[in-house]
Design a protein around this ligand. Structure first.
Ligand code: SF4
Ligand code: MG
Length: 323
């Protein structure tokens, strides 16, 4: 397997200002030491409750947000060393599909302008006619009428808008697409159509996806591997089969028991997640999940469990693995 993207010990903190001097009071540690690789042509699911840092991770990888620390390499290029102008070039290779198809398309622009922007920046030698032909082709590719290129976003349904968002994302033949909850704003009946489209495009163009979602059932069919995030960290990462059949981290187990998927080799235990997610401003000591974990031991409150490979590329951060 060839590694397309490698993220090492990534940290993205946001300063919180306030107090009598208006200085930096604290930091929200949105992403706090995350490491993973994405292989060429695969889909890596990134899953967790809201506020776990999954969107921030995706945006930081594209440098839409600057990280506080860590390393990001894309095709062996250290992208954090790139200048702004070099990063603009690299954006061709790395695109994003946004969660909200209503707010992510400029309401005052026609579809051909929305998608055409990418060509203006990255293929300035293309003339208007070539550009429109290209965009019409893209619309067909995502299952829309090519004549729609002169319409405005408000003329489309949510599902159609997300198809337009996908057309925009594939316009420049990127290698990596980060899809941030691409179907969570859509009706359930529309969700599978959009997922199927993403799957077809992946097969056709050899795309690599990072698929961000807040629940494990959405990413199941598309993901080759899945990483589960909790409070700024990945707590478990492995291939989809292992994760869904034999989740090892208590948080993954709890998330899975909340959706109707039988756990093979045993009765399906209903682990109810108690309490709220603690604030990322002041995360719990030791294992961040300890305040909600039903297996919590003394060591969990003191020492942070190491995120380590317990075999076959199955990474888990939990003291139970040391036994
Ligand atoms: Fe639970 Fe301890 Fe494992 Fe954290 S390290 S998930 S608190 S058992
Ligand atoms: Mg989000």
């Amino acid at each position: 397997k060839q590694t397309l993207l490698k993220v090492t010990d990534l940290k993205t903190y946001f300063p919180v200002t306030g107090g009598i001097f208006g200085g930096v009071k604290a930091h929200v540690k949105a992403v706090d030491g995350v490491s993973f690789e994405v292989y060429q042509g695969e889909t890596l699911g990134l899953v967790g409750e809201s506020g776990c840092g999954k969107s921030t991770t995706g945006r930081t990888v594209l440098r839409l947000i600057e990280p506080t620390a860590g390393n990001i390499t894309f095709e062996d290029q250290d992208i954090l060393k790139l200048k702004k102008s070099e990063m603009v070039k690299l954006r061709k290779e790395m695109q994003m599909i946004f969660q909200d198809p209503y707010s992510s398309l400029n309401p005052r622009k026609m579809i051909k302008e929305i998608i055409g922007q990418a060509y203006e920046i990255h293929a300035p030698s293309m003339n208007k006619k070539e550009r429109e032909e290209k965009i019409a082709g893209l619309l067909k590719e995502v299952g829309l009428n090519p004549d729609y290129l002169v319409r405005y976003p408000h003329e489309f349904s949510g599902g159609q808008r997300q198809r337009i968002g996908i057309a925009r994302a594939i316009a420049l033949n990127p290698k990596l697409i980060i899809a941030d909850e691409p179907v969570s704003a859509l009706d359930v009946s529309i969700q599978s159509q959009v997922l199927n489209l993403m799957n077809e495009l992946q097969q056709k163009y050899g795309l690599t996806y990072i698929f961000i979602a807040h629940n494990l059932s959405v990413v199941r069919h598309l993901s080759d591997r899945v990483g589960v995030m909790y409070l700024g960290k990945i707590v478990e990462l492995t291939d989809s089969d292992s994760l869904y059949k034999k989740p090892l981290h208590p948080y993954t187990q709890a998330l899975l028991s909340a959706i109707p998927i039988p756990v093979v080799g045993g009765k399906k235990a209903h682990v109810i997640l108690e309490g709220d997610v603690p604030s990322p401003l002041n995360p719990p000591t030791g294992c961040r999940f300890h305040t909600r974990c039903r297996y919590c031991m003394n060591i969990c409150k003191e020492a942070e469990p190491e995120f380590k490979d317990i075999g076959n590329n199955h990474f888990v951060a939990c003291h139970l693995m040391d036994k």
